[in-house]
Design a protein around this ligand. Structure first.
Ligand code: BGP
Length: 473
């Protein structure tokens, strides 16, 4: 039991998704292709030339046609907020057009109607791993400065159209992941092993400037909006107490923290500039860029959290494990999921405290959860999944959120990832399930797409209803 006052009364309980992983309808409604249409196996294989039939995301869970039913189920759980992304290529099929696609804009209007009907506050990601393919093929994605203008134009269209209805916006999903997954995160066509460090860090810079320009546009077009950055959070522990291991863990951790530092403080930290110099990276940064970054910092910091990692300066001890987009050195004290992601609830408290101490900005946990294999069973004539493992995972992480709140950290809300089963980002599987709602679809593309409530559905409804008081310590 947490104290009934642990979670603030306006805590935003909800769930999170991304367009490419739920919508399907990849070529309907005037939508253009995105990078996801050439990544049928996620980041596990090189991209294809064009769309292929083995790509589960072409149909995904058919949210494009079933959004009303799904949002009603979220409302039944008591969601206060729902995180979804807008598919850039639904609004600008190529990405570089002047005029948006009205059918795409109308679709998200209908999604917002359903949210409003149920009193659910939308939380919108502007770019979640779905760069229009044309921008990748023609411009090499974010390596090219021209993307800044295309993105700003896209963001302006969104703020003008939805600004009065959407309060919470995230500019780029897991912006720091571009260092590790350049195509997925930065729409960069040049294969990672051929990409120069200068091009990679120029892409990072271009995204950061675009994020600041979107923040400026929101202030102008949607004055009630709050704009947040989104960081893939991954605390890094020294593998041993040696100072060299501590320094190595700090250096690795700073590759993530830099993104928050720049979004919150509006300038490049000294350690980041040093690391660029050490790598021989020479960036094009204009005076205008510097001013834009400085003047348009974020209102809040959002984060995904799944795993912590370890780090060591001793090469002979570097046993690298798996993890969210980027892995790290395995921590021998932790257990791991079926996909090898190490499970560390206390790490969430650590990262929340660290971010709060560092930035003093409200924090929003917009992803967390356990990807696991589920078995659909029939109990009393009703199909369900007894997902006690998922309940335990989320319970333990939420208890740590409660601890962080008690530590004085300001946390705005919690939207666990894949509140309804969806296609995984890294491996593009259906069998890696996160949801409270089971979707009848399988890795071979078969399935009825019917929805079933898992045991965790009722559990989460009770957590929300009791504002966290029902959690088990
Ligand atoms: C994050 C992404 C999500 C999501 C999640 C789980 O990196 O923002 O899009 O999918 O991780 O990862 P996966 O789907 O690979 O299990």
């Amino acid at each position: 039991m947490t104290d009934s006052t642990t979670f603030p009364a306006d805590f935003l309980w909800g769930g999170a998704t991304a367009a490419n992983q739920i919508e399907g309808a990849y070529n309907e409604g005037g939508k253009g292709l995105s990078i996801q249409d050439v990544m049928p196996q996620g980041i596990t294989t090189p991209r294809t030339d064009g769309p292929t039939d083995d790509n589960l995301k072409q149909v995904a869970i058919d949210f494009y046609h079933r959004y009303a039913e799904d949002i009603a189920l979220f409302a039944e759980m008591g969601f206060k907020t729902f995180r979804f992304s807008i598919a850039w290529s639904r609004i600008f099929p190529l990405g570089d057009e002047a005029e948006p696609n009205e059918e795409g804009l109308a679709f998200y209007e209908r999604v917002l109607d359903e949210c409003e009907k149920h009193g659910i506050e939308p939380l919108v990601t502007i770019s979640h791993y779905e760069t229009p393919l044309h921008l990748t093929d023609t411009y090499d994605g974010w390596v090219n400065r021209e993307l800044i203008g295309f993105y700003e134009h896209y963001a302006r269209v969104l703020f003008a159209r939805y600004g009065a209805r959407v309060k919470y916006w995230l500019t780029f999903n897991e912006i720091n992941s571009v260092l590790h997954a350049p195509l997925l995160s930065g729409g960069i066509n040049t294969p990672k092993d051929q990409l120069t460090k200068t091009d990679l860090y120029q892409a990072v810079h271009n995204e950061l400037v675009a994020s600041a320009l979107a923040t400026r546009a929101a202030r102008e077009l949607a004055p009630n909006a709050q704009v947040g950055c989104m960081i893939l959070a991954m605390p890094v522990y020294p593998l041993s107490p040696s100072p060299d291991d501590m320094m190595a863990s700090l250096t690795t951790e700073r590759t993530n923290l830099a993104f928050g530092d720049i979004h919150v403080r509006g300038e490049y930290p000294g350690y980041y500039l040093r690391s660029l110099r050490d790598q021989g990276v020479d960036l094009v940064i204009t005076d205008d860029d510097r001013a834009v970054l400085k003047e348009n910092t974020v209102d809040f910091v959002s984060l995904s959290y799944y795993v912590s990692v370890a780090e060591t300066a001793d090469e002979s001890q570097r046993v690298v494990g798996k993890g969210n987009i980027m892995g790290g050195v395995r921590n021998p004290t932790l257990k791991e999921s079926e996909w090898g992601w190490q499970i560390d609830p206390v790490g969430l408290r650590i990262v929340l405290n660290q971010f709060w101490d560092r930035w003093q900005k409200p924090l929003f946990i917009v992803e967390n959860g356990l990807g696991a294999k589920d078995e659909l069973v029939e109990i009393d004539g009703r199909k369900t999944v007894i997902d006690d493992y998922r309940i335990a995972y989320l319970n333990d992480h939420l208890v740590q959120v409660g601890e962080a709140l008690t530590d004085g950290v300001e946390v705005m809300g919690f939207t666990p990832w894949g509140c309804i089963d969806l296609v995984s980002a890294s491996t593009a599987q259906m069998s890696k399930r996160y949801g409270f709602i089971y979707v009848d679809r399988y890795d071979d593309g078969s399935g009825t797409l019917d929805r079933y409530k898992k045991k965790s559905f009722d559990w989460y409804a009770e957590v929300i209803e009791s504002n966290g008081a029902s959690l088990t310590r």
